[in-house]
Design a protein around this ligand. Structure first.
Ligand code: ZN
Length: 340
């Protein structure tokens, strides 16, 4: 024992002897009471100290919603974040399966069709209109008229919030004319997924009543093997908060930042829970809203994730075999090029 240690020990012994002396001065009944109280205080202190560990041990071992699914050997999932100006358009492809999420602004229609053509996509298993704003369904009419669609998913807004815009009406007319099966998308919607993949719809809920149309956005977590993508449409802080409150595992390798990198989305709490390795922002270089906002960029920089932006990097392609992933840029002319 070191000199210091022996001195400490002697000190403790002295204190213990003092305590014993004090205790022995008390009447016998009182002595028992004080001893019991002392033990209770010690146990309480130990519980307090080890509370986090105890809580952890008592928490049932709930597996994440998307249990890692076995992916077909060597099959890769491709997720394209198209460079389509001030809007969103995302293509997911796994083998023969294809899903298009949003169709940006109307002027992006030709670019979207060209991209699909270059990728050899001549039909779509699923199309999701995250919410009925013109920067998400702008070119939907054109897509519906030119590419056969198996199932079209969209949120149903309360009557008072149902859009009356020409863009929306044209989309509905085109769906009708092409005889496309239309389904309401809610957190209960089961979207059939290809082998190795899972689609989880985290929002909206049936009967939601939000102030902002953005908050009706379909929020989809797409998982391929062990790699997940959080695709949030334009959902803002209230939706992110509700998703957090469910306590679901929402960790993802890739986050498409909500609402084009606006500070009204991608709250620090949500970002911490998603904990992405890659953040994608889909917006135009020059836009009326100042997207992406400084606060969002700050949060992403603080997290230290890789930040990719369509206005700067062009179309972004994330490839994954379900275990690893790579971030690339892509264009019709050059194909995929690993991002620096
Ligand atoms: Zn938008």
């Amino acid at each position: 024992m070191s000199k210091k240690g022996s001195r400490n020990y002697a000190q403790y012994q002295k204190q213990a002897e003092q305590a014993q002396r004090l205790l022995s001065k008390l009447p016998p009944k009182m002595r028992i009471v004080v001893t019991i109280l002392g033990v209770i205080v010690l146990i309480a202190a130990a519980i307090w100290y080890y509370l986090p560990e105890i809580e952890y041990l008592l928490t049932p071992d709930v597996p994440p919603i998307a249990d890692p699914v076995q992916t077909p050997d060597g099959e890769e999932a491709e997720v394209y974040f198209f460079d389509v100006g001030q809007g969103d358009s995302i293509l997911i492809r796994v083998g023969e399966y294809t899903m298009l999420i949003d169709a940006s602004i109307s002027s992006a229609g030709d670019a979207i069709l060209q991209n699909l053509d270059a990728l050899g996509v001549d039909d779509l298993d699923a199309v999701v209109a995250t919410h009925p704003h013109a920067d998400h369904i702008g070119a939907m009419e054109k897509v519906i008229e030119n590419v056969p669609i198996e199932t079209f998913y969209m949120p149903v807004l309360p009557a008072s919030d149902t859009p009356t815009t020409r863009t929306y009406e044209n989309m509905l007319d085109a769906l009708d004319a092409q005889n496309v099966a239309v389904k309401q998308i809610t957190d209960e919607t089961q979207i059939p997924a290809p082998e190795g993949a899972v689609f989880e719809v985290l929002s909206p809920y049936d009967g939601d009543n939000w102030e902002e149309t953005n908050d009706y956005s379909a929020v989809i977590r797409f998982t391929y093997g062990n790699v997940s993508f959080m695709l949030t449409g334009d959902a803002e802080a209230p939706v992110e908060e509700r998703i957090l409150e469910t306590g679901a595992d929402i960790s993802c390798t890739v986050l498409k930042c909500g609402h084009h990198g606006s500070s009204s989305s991608t709250t620090p709490e949500f970002l911490r829970a998603v904990d992405p390795k890659v953040a994608i922002i889909s917006c135009a270089e020059v836009n009326d809203y100042g997207h992406p906002h400084r606060e969002t960029m700050q949060s992403l920089n603080d997290l230290g994730c890789q930040i990719m932006q369509t206005w700067r990097d062009g179309t972004i392609l994330v490839l994954t075999n379900g275990t690893g992933y790579s971030v690339n840029t892509w264009s019709v002319g050059a194909g995929a090029i690993p991002a620096a």
